[in-house]
Structures are given as C-alpha cells and as structure tokens.
Design a protein around this ligand. Structure first.
Ligand code: MRU
Length: 349
C-alpha cells in the first residue's frame, strides 16, 4: 500500500513533507537547523502530535550539532536546555512535543559525566531515531488493536488528520483502517473537513485517496445529520493530550462530534500512543489550548471571508470529557471505561 514518508533523517537533514502545500503540491523540505524546525512546527509544515514530537527530537539534535565540540559538557547542557525551551515554545497543546524534547535532553544529561560532547551529540541523534522507530511500531500496534474493535463496523467518521501524515507511518485514528486494508477489510471513511485549516480535506482525504481507501469528505457541520441518517457506524479520532482522567484534547470540533455520537449511541473512540498521555495533568481543565491567528478564520487560503475588523476566537483544540469516550486505543491495547482506572496502565511518568 502506498504510504507517504512524513518525516525521515537523510544523514544530514530532517526531510519532511511541507503539509501546508497539500493537497496541491507534494513537496519535501530538508530542515538543517533548529530555527527552521521551530518555524516548521509553528506554521504546521509538520503537524499532528506524534510527528511534532519526532520533529522536535531531531530539532534538538540539529541545535546540538551546531555546538563547538571542544567546549565543556556543562556549557553544552546549558545550551541544550535553552534550545529545548525554544522548541517547546513552538506549539502548546500536543504533549508529545514536550515528551520527546525531555527524553532527548535527559539522555544528554545522563551521558554528560562519562562522554565527550561529540559522543553525546551522536547519542542524541540515536534517541531521535529511536523515537521515530518506536512511533512507527506504536502506530502498527494501535492499528491492530483498533482493528479488533472496529472490524464489525464499516462506516467510520474521523475528524482532523490522525493518519500517517501526523505520525511516522500508520497514524493513530487511521491505523485500524490501514490494518483493515492490509487484512482485506474495506472500511469507508467519512472525513470532516476540519475548519479552519482543513486538515481533514487537505490531508486525511489526500492520504486515504493516495492509499486507495474509500473516503468521503464532509463539511464539519454534517456529522450529526449523517449519524441521524444511519450513515456512520463509529467515530475514531486522534489526540494531542490525554489527561489522567481520560479527558482528551484534540482538534477543535472533536467535542461536538463526540456529543453527536453520544446522542445517536454511536461508539466514539480515541486512538493515541502512550507518548500522548500526560499523567501530570489531572483533567482536561488544565490542558493548555492553543489559540491561533484570526486570519486563519477570516482569510484562510487567501480569500477574505469575513468583514475587516471582526472579532475572532480561534481555538485550535477542544477537550472531549472522558464520559463521552467509549475507549482509548493505545499500542498496549484498548482502554475502556472507567478510563480514570484503566489509564494507569499506560504512561506513568
Ligand atoms: O493542528 P494539528 O494539525 O497539529 O492538529 C492535529 C490533531 O488534532 C490530531 O488529531 C492529533 O494531533 C493526533 S495526530 C495522530
């Protein structure tokens, strides 16, 4: 099956698809320094929680690679921490960003007493490679566990893009669809277009069509009506951060879909790797929610569609309360209600 390479290491640079240009142009960009990686994350050239984490891990290595080899390891660690803070400032909601940065930074700290600066740099790059490889594995496992849950259904609605283009390969919400296709089960995906940046239209529809999977594009406001008409059997979405009680932040509009699913007694699942769980946050109330520029709403993609001077509220994410979630599909298996108990088996630090 034709799957796209979202992000990879070329030996000198991080090669990623510039997702702001999809679906019109499939352009790969080589990122060679930390400043360009910060920009790529901020403007959503690379997006989706796991892919942001992978990109940031490589970004911290790119910063490290510019540090002089003959300086002390304590100077090096101070420099790494400064760059970690810089990359962490690129986007606030997806916890995978902070998780991946922390992992690479801690690795450098552990080695600081016993290794030289050049040796630590090599080891940081290996950590970034490991994060990418593990994400690929986690996606496959999420796909297998999710497929077991979803295979009794045919018509699956998803919101935003939690597919291969949001991760290293399989995706999270779309992973069961890909595993299904590999095992001969043909799902039909209904993709919400996902205003204002249209990740559903530009990215989910694109990647599913590219993989030869049946996909129908919907305006965001159609979901409840389609459910009422019996066209949707189940919903599966990704996540940017899952609090200790199971409350889940995902792309703005996810909560409305969950409410509609509840009203129609349709199963609503979240699919996410353990790196998306944030045990330090008790509930969704405390998840930082990104607010983005008004222009994304008033003149997205180049044409003004609102009066000049209009007041805009552009939250990029919302939080779905755990009560609305039937289960969370992870690489370790599917967590079911009550989520506040089953969740303890996932990420503990
Ligand atoms: O703003 P984006 O495009 O980064 O938002 C992405 C999402 O909301 C995804 O659903 C989420 O990150 C999960 S990706 C596997």
């Amino acid at each position: 099956m034709a799957r796209l390479k979202t992000i990879e290491w070329t030996g000198k640079a991080v090669r990623l698809i510039d997702q702001t240009l999809l679906p019109g142009k499939l352009v790969y960009e080589d990122i060679t320094n930390v400043k360009d990686m910060h920009h790529a994350i901020k403007v959503l050239k690379v997006r989706g929680a796991p892919a942001i984490g992978i990109a940031a891990a490589y970004g911290l290595y790119l910063a490290a690679s510019d540090f002089p080899d003959d300086r002390t390891s304590s100077d090096f660690l101070a420099y790494i921490e400064k760059n970690e803070r810089y990359l962490a400032g690129s986007r606030p909601t997806a916890v995978n960003l902070f998780w991946a940065l922390n992992r690479v930074k801690n690795h450098a700290h552990i080695l600081a007493d016993s290794k030289t600066v050049p040796e630590i740099k090599v080891s940081m790059l290996e950590q970034a490679h490991a994060i990418l490889a593990e994400d690929r594995e986690m996606g496959k496992k999420i796909g297998e566990h999710g497929y077991e849950l979803l295979k009794q259904h045919t018509n699956i609605l998803t919101h935003c893009n939690a597919g291969g283009l949001a991760t290293a390969e399989y995706g999270t919400a779309l992973a069961p669809i890909y595993v299904g296709a590999e095992s001969g089960t043909a799902f039909h995906v209904y993709a919400d277009e996902t205003r204002p940046l249209l990740q559903g239209a530009r990215i989910t529809a694109f990647e599913l069509q590219h993989a030869g999977i049946a996909v129908t594009l919907l305006c965001d406001n159609s979901a409840a009506f389609l459910m009422k008409r019996g066209l949707i059997d189940a919903v599966v979405v990704g996540a940017d951060r899952i609090a200790a009680n199971g409350d889940t932040a995902n792309k703005i509009g996810t909560y409305s879909v969950a409410l509609a699913a509840k009203a129609h007694s349709i199963p609503f699942y979240v699919a996410a790797p353990s790196s998306t769980f944030d045990p330090a946050i008790a509930s969704g109330e405390d998840i930082p929610i990104e607010e983005r520029d008004a222009e994304e709403v008033t003149e997205g993609f180049g044409r003004r569609t609102a009066p000049q001077g209009i007041d805009v509220l552009n939250y990029a994410f919302d939080v779905t309360p755990h009560e609305l979630i039937w289960g969370i599909i992870t690489e370790k298996g599917a967590l079911t209600a009550p989520l506040s108990e089953s969740i303890n088996t996932v990420r503990t630090s």
